[in-house]
Design a binder for this molecule. Sequence first.
Ligand code: R5P
Length: 263
Amino acid sequence: MDWGMKNRLSKIIRPEDGRTVMLAVDHGYFLGPTTGLENLGKTVIPLLPYADTLMLTRGALRYYIPPETDIPIVLRVSGGTSILNKNLLHEGIITSIEEAIRLNVVGVAFSILVGAEFERDTILAFTQVVDEAERYGIPVVAVTAVGREMSKDAKYLSLASRMAAELGARIVKTYYCEDFEKVVDTCPVPIVIAGGKKIPEKDALEMTYNAIQAGAVGVDMGRNIFQSESPVAMIKAVRAVVHENYTAEEAYQLFEEEKSGGE
Ligand code: R5P
């Protein structure tokens, strides 16, 4: 692995402990003004001291994040369909690697939809991005997207995650599920979990804890942080689980304390 690739990966997965808190705020690329991100900068900037990387689109980066901000960027480079489309997640390349370099990113993220009728389109576009990104030492984070009617069990997520790794992902982002160890153990690259739809803070911390115990290197979490009643308290609690080995109970207690501390 060349120096640039190693250097960028070390900005995503912290070398001190091999873990990461990726803050995902890229939802607008298919959801528009997502709850909590109507004014993306206002919500996200106070969270950045507790995030290792920020994942978003080029437009959100340009319009909401000042260029002087000290946060490694993972740029979403796949898209093409909206929440209104029945073929949601039939994605292609929406941002070039040249643009990613211009924006000084440490990684790019691309969704593949294994098992969908159009899986081939997403997979071929993904491998094209891998070829181009690797040329410049930029790691590709594969997002193993899951369609509305697809199951999120260990069998399916292992299949999608292993495929993503074999096709060239340097990091795989997937969903937590029962028997998550199987997903981690059969994937040769580090795995992070998405948070998914907003659930109670206690449950999201439990899920984070279980994922770390099963071998995930961290989270790439969005709604369960920015839609929390106290986003700063929540990201601090998630961070405590990921980087400080807090149990879910300890982290929830931290959340409660931070929340009532009045941000
Ligand atoms: C979805 O495709 C987006 O990439 C989100 O960034 C991802 O799902 C993580 O966000 P959340 O934790 O809200 O699911």
